[in-house]
Design a protein around this ligand. Structure first.
Ligand SMILES: [Zn+2]
Length: 497
């Protein structure tokens, strides 16, 4: 079946970059695009009217941690200074002997209510991404059960995903004084890699090819050299993309320098891992970052020469008073910048806006981090990170992953008059402006409605689950704090029920 979408504005693709086409049409047959440009005379079976709308390639979110992220709500405007703004240390490090309550990433099959929790988290994640126009996402190393649940929801709801259980040689706990302590287990890391490879062996190509595998040694400082080397070997053998958190935290940077006498990026370089299909999350604390005071910095040059990818998660890091320093230098060095959500909301439009505005500030020029550049990062940058030239673009032969964005802001005044549709989306849009999502040639969302997903029900379930996360913080927090102590209300809470 051949479908034509007639758009007031179309993001087409020519000469290796996006191009704007006024009154454009995109035509797809089965799951592939056959035409994207001005007019189409051939026969079509149906036509979708996208007047007043922008038709664009679906977004690629290169940094997703599954779940409703209830715990992330506990660090807004607060946190422990000793973590230098690193979110996961704030919310994922339990008191030794305890587990993080309410986060399915730490639950096991057989625990009470665990199946429902896995289900809720997977549905919430995939539905939220889809609602915001994300047609492909990379899950950043959650455990096996989380991947299984995501696989089922990706299959059911129709998105594309890079999945596989992540692995590491250790984790962080809080000692009896609440100090960070690393528990190390190298054998566990290698076993984790085996599990990931088995999962990929079985599931790569599932859901009609929409699910693909990715190797995720979770963090560079919690991975042994052997684990990273074996990861690379497996990636080469099986042609798999890789992802790992590296150069993402002040503590991690110092730990790696202390242990290996080189920076996280130098370590990845020496192992031969730097490449476009290595997704480095977040890559903002590199030796070139003046805040680190590291002499003879060359991380940026190493990353740039290898065209390595970073998953830049603008909202997540800017909330922790950090950012990418600087967009312009990364781009000029040759780094492939992709965009990830990491935290809530999984809104690529908001992430593009934050990337653009912060990029201008840190580059000290409003010529930097343009709307076109952040839009390319959110589409083409993500495609490069997973080694695909058939995603992130609307061009003949590419897969039909298409979104339709309502330039009326869903009948509000938010956009005002629209001259340049991409600049308008980046400056005035929100993820909810995405009206229709097509993945692999199938309509997965129309008019903001995802068949089989009840947003109200999902919100209620997430709220109930989140209340439990907040109510049980004192049971595992290394300092034994309640949610109120860890994260004071925005204004004093009036007494009484
Ligand atoms: Zn992450």
């Amino acid at each position: 079946m051949r479908t034509k979408i007639e758009a007031t504005w179309l993001v087409g693709h020519a000469g290796g970059r996006h191009q704007l086409i006024r009154d454009g049409v995109v035509v797809y047959e089965g799951n592939r695009i056959v035409h994207a440009g001005k007019g189409f005379e051939g026969h079509v079976d149906r036509t979708i009217d996208a007047k007043g709308k922008l038709v664009a390639p679906g977004f690629i979110d290169t940094h997703v941690h599954s779940g409703h992220r209830a715990s992330h709500r506990l660090i807004t405007d607060t946190g422990r200074p000793m973590y230098y703004g690193q979110p996961f240390l704030e919310i994922s490090v339990p008191k030794e002997g305890k587990i993080v309550k309410g986060d399915p990433r730490y639950l096991k099959h057989g625990d009470k209510g665990v199946e429902a929790a896995f289900q809720l988290n997977a549905t919430f994640t995939v539905a939220e991404l889809l609602r915001n126009g994300v047609t492909t996402f990379v899950e950043y190393g959650s455990q096996l059960s989380v991947q299984d649940a995501l696989l089922a929801e990706v299959t059911r709801l129709g998105t594309r995903a890079y999945l596989a259980p992540g692995y590491d040689c250790g984790r962080w706990v809080g000692d009896d004084k609440g100090r960070l302590k690393r528990v190390r287990d190298d054998a566990m890391g290698l076993k984790g890699l085996e599990t990931a490879l088995q999962w990929i062996e079985k599931q790569d190509g599932a859901a009609g090819g929409r699910v693909r595998g990715i190797l995720v040694p979770r963090e560079v400082e919690t991975s042994s050299i052997e684990l990273l080397a074996r990861t690379l070997e497996a990636a080469n053998e099986r042609k798999l993309p890789m992802a790992t958190h590296a150069a993402y935290s002040v503590l991690e940077f110092h730990d790696v320098v202390h242990e290996h006498m080189k920076t996280p990026i130098e370590l990845l370089h020496e192992l031969g891992m730097l490449r476009p299909t290595l997704n480095i999350g977040h890559g903002n604390f590199i030796s070139d970052n003046p805040n680190l005071n590291y002499a003879n910095a060359c991380d940026l040059a190493l990353m740039g020469r290898a065209r390595a990818t970073i998953s830049h998660c603008p909202i997540n890091i800017v909330r922790r008073a950090r950012t990418l320093d600087s967009w312009k230098q990364y781009q000029e060095a040759g780094v492939n910048i992709s965009i990830g959500s990491d935290t809530y909301p999984r809104d690529m439009v908001m992430n593009m806006r934050t990337a653009s505005y912060m990029g201008k500030i840190t580059s000290h020029t409003y010529f930097a981090a343009t709307a076109g550049e952040v839009f390319s990062a959110a589409t083409l940058g993500g495609a490069i990170s997973v080694g695909r030239d058939d995603l992130g673009r609307l061009a003949p032969g590419a897969l039909a992953d298409i979104i339709i964005i309502d330039l009326s802001g869903r009948n509000t005044l938010r956009y005002g008059p629209v001259r340049d549709p991409v600049k308008s989306v980046v400056e005035c849009g929100v993820g909810d402006d995405v009206d229709t999502v097509i993945v692999d040639g199938k309509v997965c969302m129309e008019g903001g409605v995802i068949p089989g997903v009840d947003f109200a029900k999902l919100r209620n379930e997430a709220q109930t689950a989140a209340e439990q996360v907040w109510d049980t913080l004192a049971e595992w927090d290394p300092l034994g704090r309640t949610a109120e102590q860890a994260c004071p209300w925005s204004f004093p809470l009036a007494p009484g029920k």
